[in-house]
Design a binder for this molecule. Structure first.
Ligand code: 5GP
Length: 192
């Protein structure tokens, strides 16, 4: 890797349903320097997800053991009884492989990691033009139960308050435009 990219990392955070995962996957395809930071979670595996690809799916007990053993760079109880965490070992594994880690994490975790890494981190916040658009997208996605949709929509106003801790915001209105904007921002950061 270019020495200028040593110790850098990219954080992408957004309220659920903002198109964050699509944008992160596009960036991973576009920039071979980036490496996906695989998180642990105790949530149920969704249809189409693969253990070890999307997340490492573990039990609540195993998650709590990892917390007690100080294995996380950061972790959050993003929804009640649903934990997600970035293992410290992921960051070192990626950096040793010459990659710039890209973290797809919630807005609280994202702002905390930004505070830890300062200028070495580029923190990108993604949002939809309105909460109504976001709710519609969650419904169209058809991966969530009604209960999960309500839980996620209820959290959005609080999540939007974290935008100020991020370096840049991308408004995901037309997906193609959001992808180009994300590419432009990452290219600039990797070349700095
Ligand atoms: P989902 O259940 O939709 O996969 O993820 C819910 C939220 O948890 C998303 O905002 C996702 O980015 C976030 N998340 C995933 N991994 C982590 C992590 O390691 N740490 C934190 N703080 N949030 C995470």
């Amino acid at each position: 890797m270019d020495s200028k990219n040593l110790d850098k990392l990219v954080i992408v955070s957004a309220p659920s349903g903002s198109g964050k995962t699509t944008i992160v996957n596009h960036l991973l395809k576009t920039f071979e320097q980036l490496g996906f930071s695989l998180s642990y979670t105790n949530r149920e595996i969704r249809k189409g997800e693969v253990d070890g690809v999307n997340y490492r799916f573990i039990s609540t007990q195993e998650f709590k053991k990892l917390i007690a053993d100080d294995m996380f760079l950061e972790w959050e109880e993003v929804y009640k009884n649903t934990f997600y965490g970035t293992p410290l070992s992921e960051i070192s594994r990626l950096q040793e492989a010459g990659k710039v880690p890209i973290l797809d994490i919630d807005v609280v975790g994202g702002s905390n990691v930004k505070k830890m890494f300062g200028d070495k981190a580029l923190a990108v916040f993604i949002k939809t033009p309105s909460i109504e658009v976001l709710e519609q997208r969650l419904r169209n996605r058809k991966t969530e139960t009604e209960e999960s949709i309500i839980k996620r929509v209820n959290k959005v106003s609080l999540e939007l308050e974290y935008e100020k801790y991020f370096d840049v915001t991308i408004i995901n209105d037309v997906l193609g435009d959001a992808l180009s904007e994300a590419e432009r921002i990452i290219k600039q950061f990797l070349n700095e």
